[in-house]
Write a protein that binds this ligand. Structure first.
Ligand code: DAH
Length: 341
């Protein structure tokens, strides 16, 4: 029996030394230590041997088992190291190759344009005040001097939510009330930029969402001349120092008096062309002196305080500036458009 075991050991070691792959090693392992192997059967049948042989056979079987296990472990780590070495060599990286260039991103044209406008207003002493996009009917209309059923509400086609009285803001003007209520009794000079939403048919000139920039100045002794001077200065910084501007009387419920501001058409220089519809002028914003009722709703006593406000459409302005003929390009996510800026 001992001879048989010794032969088994020699044969197993001989086969093991010739192996070079992990799969073959696993096969060797199950042949050598598996249930059918001589090692297992020898131990299993120990009881059938004559009593005096049993200790020697048992001892030898265990020795061989341990020796084979040790040989296996050694071989296994050698094979692993060799395989690693092989794969490192085969899949070698040439670290001296130049890397793949990363595509450089850019700001969206709408954001580039917004930032330019922010910095002009910042230079003029206006801070940015952020206001919510989901509003109550009261802030969007009521507190801006448009009680329920006021006909002026028809100027803004509105997205309503399933919650009665909760809407998407149709303009940035409700931010005026938030700013006043938060900042009272301090003087105010803020711009309120952000998305507004309108339940409108989408055309080349109108989208269901777009940015607006509201402006609000409140203090003592603020007059219409301050409004005109400030907005004219803005237009010059935005469109060039020599640009001509004009104000036309208009109506908004939250300002009195109200106006619209035009800049000279820079496509035709004021001569009249298709872009300005032959008028020589381009409308860029609505504005006016804050209505006493609005000041009061914001917490400011209109007998003591006055102020001006304005609301402009930055995308409309960018369209004029870059001669973009369709407002839908802004949110269409078409790289052929976006990469031009
Ligand atoms: N909220 C107006 C709109 O969406 C724009 C506007 C006009 C804002 C006059 C003002 C303003 O602050 O004084 O059409």
């Amino acid at each position: 029996m001992i001879d048989q075991l010794n032969q088994f050991e020699q044969a197993a070691l001989a086969r093991l030394s010739g192996l070079a792959e992990a799969a073959a090693l696993q096969a060797w392992k199950s042949e050598t230590f598996g249930k059918q192997s001589l090692l297992s059967t020898a131990l299993g049948e120990l009881g059938k041997l004559p009593k005096e042989e049993r200790p020697a056979v048992g001892k030898r079987t265990n020795e061989i088992k341990r020796a084979l296990e040790a040989a296996f472990a050694e071989k296994e780590s050698a094979v692993r190291a060799a395989e690693l070495e092989r794969s490192l060599r085969a899949e070698a990286l040439d670290v001296t190759l130049p890397g793949r260039p990363l595509r450089r991103g850019r700001l969206h044209i709408a954001n580039q344009n917004l930032r330019q406008i922010y910095s002009i207003w910042a230079d003029m002493g206006f801070q940015i005040y952020r206001s919510r996009e989901v509003e109550t009917d009261e802030y969007n209309f009521g507190l801006l001097n448009m009680p329920p059923h006021h006909p002026a509400r028809d100027m803004w086609d509105t997205f309503h939510t399933p919650t009665p009285g909760i809407i998407l803001r149709t303009h940035t003007s409700p931010g005026q009330i938030h700013a006043m209520r938060e900042l009272y009794p301090d003087p105010i000079r803020v711009i309120l930029p952000g998305m507004v939403y309108r339940y409108e048919q989408i055309t080349v000139r109108s989208e269901i969402q777009f940015n607006q920039i509201e402006g609000l100045a409140v203090g003592k002794g603020i007059r219409m001349t301050d409004l005109k001077g400030t907005l004219t200065d803005f237009a010059r910084r935005m469109f060039g120092q020599t640009v001509r501007t004009r104000f036309r009387a208009d109506h908004f419920p939250f300002t009195e008096p109200s106006a619209e501001m035009d800049v000279e058409c820079f496509v035709c220089g004021g001569q009249g062309c298709p872009v300005c519809k032959q008028t020589g002028w381009l409308e860029i914003l609505g504005c006016g002196m804050v209505h006493p009722a609005v000041l009061k709703n914001g917490g400011y006593d209109p007998r003591v305080y006055s102020g001006f406000a304005f609301g402009m459409g930055p995308e409309r302005m960018a369209m004029l500036k870059y001669k973009i003929e369709d407002i839908r390009y802004f949110w269409g996510n078409d790289l052929r458009f976006l990469e031009q800026f």
